[in-house]
Ligand binder design. Structure first.
Ligand code: ADP
Ligand code: MG
Length: 245
């Protein structure tokens, strides 16, 4: 196993294993993600996508291996120290707080100065086009608006790496495709590293610079969408995503 950290790697997962009791959920995974890259983790339900993302976020203790973010070994660091922002499928907004308070909460806890908080919220609100919503509470927002606010909460933290866990799967098809375009534009604008979990092939094909196709806790193939589509490495990848021909 090569344990050197490539200098360009934004996120490097090396020999990562995770067991839940006797069950091995992630099996010695290696994944090197370049700075500014949009990587999609794609695979059927239960293959370990969320578990891998949660390991990178620091929400789970791993059984073996190492995780580097921006060249720093973060394997045993707390989530808040890792320079990542996470957006979940369920919006996880605070229902009693306005959108503005939802956006500022983490920054206030971290002791960020007031004018800096205001500056970051204004920027995030402009990018996500949620300025008119700042004084509303989550109950008064549509699903798409809530998900924009959830993305905004990661955005205001000015993180190097964004982690998304099926952020669009609770939305209807029309909203899903709209927000997909927005997330793509957001990535073009921010140029940060994004790791995006989905079981939706179209989402993966349209968003990713590279797709890591997972099955049973193993990465089957990690390549650009056209390569995966035209040259799947095995029948599983071909059946899940590959060209029908
Ligand atoms: P995915 O996100 O790809 O649908 P998960 O990462 O959520 O898959 O789960 C991978 C496997 O790990 C599944 O078999 C799931 O049942 C199992 N698993 C997930 N979380 C736990 C847990 N806390 N305890 C035991 N098993 C778990
Ligand atoms: Mg999942």
């Amino acid at each position: 196993m090569n344990l050197t950290v490539p200098s360009s790697a934004s996120v490097s997962v090396q020999g990562l294993s995770l067991d839940f009791g006797a069950v091995s959920v992630l099996k010695s995974l290696n994944l090197d993600i370049a700075d500014g890259e949009f990587v999609v983790l794609l695979g059927p339900s239960g293959c370990g996508k969320s578990t891998l993302l949660n390991c990178i976020a620091g929400l789970l203790d791993i059984s073996d291996g190492r995780i580097f973010i921006k060249g720093k070994n973060v394997t045993w660091q707390e989530p808040a120290e890792r320079g990542i922002g996470m957006v979940f499928q369920s919006y996880a907004l605070y229902p009693q707080m306005t959108v503005e308070k939802n956006l500022s909460f983490g920054l206030r806890v971290a002791g960020t100065p007031k004018d800096e908080i205001a500056r970051r919220i204004a920027r995030a609100a402009e990018i996500l086009q949620i300025e008119p919503l700042l004084q509303r509470k989550p109950a008064a927002l549509s699903g798409g608006q809530r998900q924009r606010v959830a993305i905004g909460r990661a955005l205001v933290r000015d993180v190097d790496v964004f982690l998304f866990d099926e952020p669009l799967s609770n939305l209807d098809a029309k909203l899903r495709s709209e927000l997909r375009v927005e997330i793509k534009l957001l990535h073009r604008k921010l140029k940060n590293t994004m790791i995006y979990v989905t079981h939706d092939q179209i989402e993966a094909m349209t968003l990713a610079d590279r797709i890591a196709v997972m099955r049973g806790g193993v990465i089957q193939q990690f390549d650009a969408p056209p390569v995966i589509y035209n040259r799947p490495v095995n029948r599983f990848v071909a059946g899940f995503l590959g060209s029908p021909g």
